[in-house]
Design a protein around this ligand. Structure first.
Ligand code: MG
Length: 384
């Protein structure tokens, strides 16, 4: 079972929904567990009222038949107790309890935890302590090699965990993990030492960056660069749109959409950086549904495709060749428009304009460069 009902008060929001390498945090935890051959069923405890949202998302991963979603309680202990009631009982010997805040459940660790249940009622992974420890109110402290940090997943014999939760419920006892409850009920807990950094908990937003680094390696954080190019013919009697700004002009750009050559080039740059094919593939020209469309939608489509791959735009530049009109007076408005559309500060957006020296007479040309970064490296990315 995976506990994903927390409020994330230290994170500043429900962190189980935060995106890590393009997937919500809780999906990483579930995905490892579901891939393990010993796992026959999974229960996800979520905040009350959020069940349908999670069920829809699980369906998108094809997991709706394998994962039961239940409403959690007011505390972690209450959430796990509710999830326990949803577990199938027939033939089930052991249960793994995992926190959605830890985006991995490595198979080697699950194997070691389950093996440890032969001599104990529960087994917990324990990470080393790197710092010297000190009691807050007394002299000295425990030697750091005598203590460790308890992580999840934790493995329990099902009957022992059920009994421990029943007893905790009767006594009104709460605990920060289930091993404490099993131990309080007289059960033995085996320690499985591990140095696997993928078990580190995501507590603060910056922890997502480290989690991405641990799961994907350094290349998971590398920026991506894309280049886009587009041309549209200048014709009399069309409005002129560039970077989403209406520019006063006797001529405008021909096109199936509003002809915004700058946004098309930029959308292609973003799609290219995300490893996607160009906008013509996503929005075939001539489709009546997109006739006269504002090209802001084209840009939004490209941003959305990148986002689905866990990437966000962190920098953009467009260079427009315009034989007429002169674009310099409109550059600040175009920069502001792009910054707004990309949710970037203006310093990360540049629009350059050139006349083309008469080499291009009856058309506009736009070149664009987009820099994308993995979402884990972007401040404020909350996955909502
Ligand atoms: Mg175009």
């Amino acid at each position: 079972m995976v506990a994903a009902a927390g409020r994330g008060s230290r994170f500043g929001g429900p962190k189980q929904r935060a995106l890590l390498l393009g997937r919500p945090l809780y999906v990483h935890a579930l995905s490892d567990l579901l891939a393990h051959p010993a796992v026959v069923a999974a229960v996800l405890a979520v905040a009350a009222g959020e069940e349908e949202r999670f069920r829809r998302e699980l369906a998108a991963y094809g997991w709706h038949r394998r994962v039961e979603v239940v409403a959690g309680g007011e505390s972690r202990t209450a959430s796990v107790r509710r999830a326990l009631t949803a577990l199938p009982r027939d033939g089930l010997e052991a249960v793994l309890v995992h926190d959605a805040a830890r985006p991995s459940a490595p198979a080697h660790l699950v194997d070691a935890l389950l093996a440890a249940l032969s001599g104990a009622e529960g087994a917990v992974p324990v990470l080393p302590v790197a710092d010297t420890l000190r009691w807050r109110r007394e002299r000295g402290g425990p030697a750091r090699d005598e203590v460790g940090r308890v992580a999840t997943p934790q493995a329990f014999r099902l009957e022992a965990l059920l009994a421990a939760h029943e007893r905790a419920w009767a006594e009104g006892r709460e605990a920060t993990d289930d091993a404490q409850l099993v131990e309080a009920a007289g059960g033995r807990i085996a320690v499985v030492p591990t140095q696997d950094g993928r078990l580190e908990k995501v507590t603060r937003p910056e922890d997502l960056t480290m989690a991405a680094l641990r799961l994907a390696g350094p290349e998971g954080l590398w920026p991506r660069v894309g280049v886009g190019l587009d041309h549209h013919r200048l014709v009399v009697g069309r409005p002129l749109w560039l970077c989403g700004v209406r520019i006063p002009s006797a001529e405008g750009l021909e096109g199936h959409s509003d002809g915004d050559v700058a946004l098309h080039a930029l959308a292609n740059a973003i799609l290219g950086a995300a490893g996607e094919r160009d906008i013509g593939t996503h929005l075939p020209p001539g489709d009546p549904a997109t006739a006269g469309m504002a090209s802001g939608r084209v840009l939004a489509l490209a941003v959305g495709r990148a986002r689905a791959r866990g990437l966000g735009v962190v920098q953009a530049q467009v260079t427009i060749t315009s034989p007429r009109p002169r674009l310099a007076p409109h550059v600040p408005a175009m920069v502001a428009s792009l910054a707004r559309a990309l949710a970037l500060e203006e310093a990360r957006v540049a629009v350059h304009a050139t006349s083309g020296e008469g080499l291009i007479a009856d058309a506009m040309e736009a070149h664009a460069v987009a820099v994308l970064a993995p979402q884990a490296a972007i401040r404020g990315w909350d996955g909502s």
